[in-house]
Design a protein around this ligand. Structure first.
Ligand SMILES: Cc1cc2nc3c(=O)[nH]c(=O)nc-3n(C[C@H](O)[C@H](O)[C@H](O)COP(=O)(O)OP(=O)(O)OC[C@H]3O[C@@H](n4cnc5c(N)ncnc54)[C@H](O)[C@@H]3O)c2cc1C
Length: 318
């Protein structure tokens, strides 16, 4: 089996949280220590942060890599990685863009959005994926004999927060990274009226709320809980224009880390769950087979239209 590498994302000089998860994903694949790779421009601090987690870090610092244009990054990786490399990414829009083509260039297997590693048997990596919006799990054998590119769903592996690796940083040359795709600009989303990322308690509303008028049962609960609480939602609620986009949790919305996440009438799609990075998840859903019950810390099989007003009443009594 080839060397395991973990490609680490970063933003504004800060490593993505997924870096601490990828080290544990790498340990599940090989006993040999994994090597981290960071690309970008002016990334000394990011490389040092990576070295606190990984024993070896390859830093590819080049102006052409200032924005993570997947085509440019892929070229830099191909120029630096051995053909039999096992390369881990955190599953994201970026990895969807970069990783499949990388596996083709390196000539190895590709598997995306894995939610578990069952075992490694020789050169075979046995992974779990989810299909049909998380309704079914599939078990997939990945032949790593010629290398592999594996995208790991964020939040699946526990983060290694010890940050005590004391690793080495080695600078590498990007090589020829001329490509046809040009990065133009980042368009920041408009600031919303609330910042759900700061709330301790999120009352998150999904399609199970059924009607815009029913949203008041969520705002009533928020009032009862006080300042620490805020109302967030899944994407269908934003699509229906019942709440503003700044309240959406998920891969195309906000990433949140509240102390308590109350998922009310939310099925648990990976696009939604991908936005929850911590805290106790309490799912309230009237369908006992809803996929969210597989990932929630506590599950309550109830109709939210009855349950939330009762909860509000109890909290007010207290
Ligand atoms: C590229 C892409 C990006 C996406 N990004 C996001 C994202 O950032 N965030 C996001 O949320 N989604 C996102 N989605 C959409 C995602 O795939 C799901 O469609 C969405 O999360 C489903 O929202 P939901 O759980 O509210 O609705 P549903 O999947 O319809 O689930 C509703 C749930 O409510 C339950 N329910 C119904 N009535 C009641 C009741 N009275 N009481 C209790 N339970 C009830 C049902 O049993 C069901 O489980 C994205 C999709 C794509 C393709």
């Amino acid at each position: 089996m080839g060397q395991v590498y973990a490609y680490l994302g970063h933003n504004d000089g800060t490593l993505d949280d997924s870096a601490m998860e990828l080290i544990n994903a790498a340990k599940a694949i090989s006993d040999a220590p994994a090597t981290a790779i960071v690309t970008g421009s002016g990334i000394d601090a990011v490389a040092d942060a990576a070295a606190a987690i990984f024993p070896e870090v390859i830093k590819i610092d080049n102006d052409a890599l200032a924005y993570p244009n997947a085509e440019v990054v892929r070229k830099a990786l191909v120029n630096n990685l051995p053909a039999d490399a096992i390369v881990l990414f955190a599953h994201s829009t970026f990895s969807m863009d970069c990783a499949p083509g990388l596996s083709i260039k390196l000539g190895g297997a590709f598997v995306s959005d894995i939610v578990g590693i069952d075992a490694v048997e020789g050169d075979t990596l046995k992974v779990v994926r989810q299909e049909f919006g998380g309704e079914v799990s599939t078990h997939v054998d990945v032949d790593m004999s010629a290398g592999a590119v594996v995208a790991v769903r964020p939040g699946i592996f526990a983060p290694d927060e010890t940050k005590a690796a004391g690793g080495n940083v080695t600078a590498a040359d990007a090589g020829d990274v001329a490509v046809n795709r040009t990065f133009i600009e980042i368009v920041e989303p408009e600031a919303g009226d609330v910042d759900i990322t700061k709330a301790d308690v999120l009352i998150s509303i999904g399609r199970g709320i059924e009607d815009e008028d029913n949203l008041e049962i969520a705002t009533d609960l928020k009032e009862a809980l006080g300042k620490a609480a805020e109302v967030s939602c899944s994407r269908p609620i934003v699509d229906a224009k019942w709440l503003e986009g700044s309240r959406q949790v998920g891969t195309s919305g906000c990433t949140v880390k509240p102390k308590v996440y109350l998922a009310c009438g939310i099925s648990g799609s990976f696009q939604h769950m991908g936005g929850i990075k911590g805290g106790v998840v309490v799912a309230i859903n009237k369908n006992e087979n809803a996929p969210i019950f597989q990932v929630a810390d506590y599950g309550i099989v109830e109709d939210i239209l009855d349950f939330l007003p009762e909860l509000t009443e109890k909290i007010e009594e207290l």
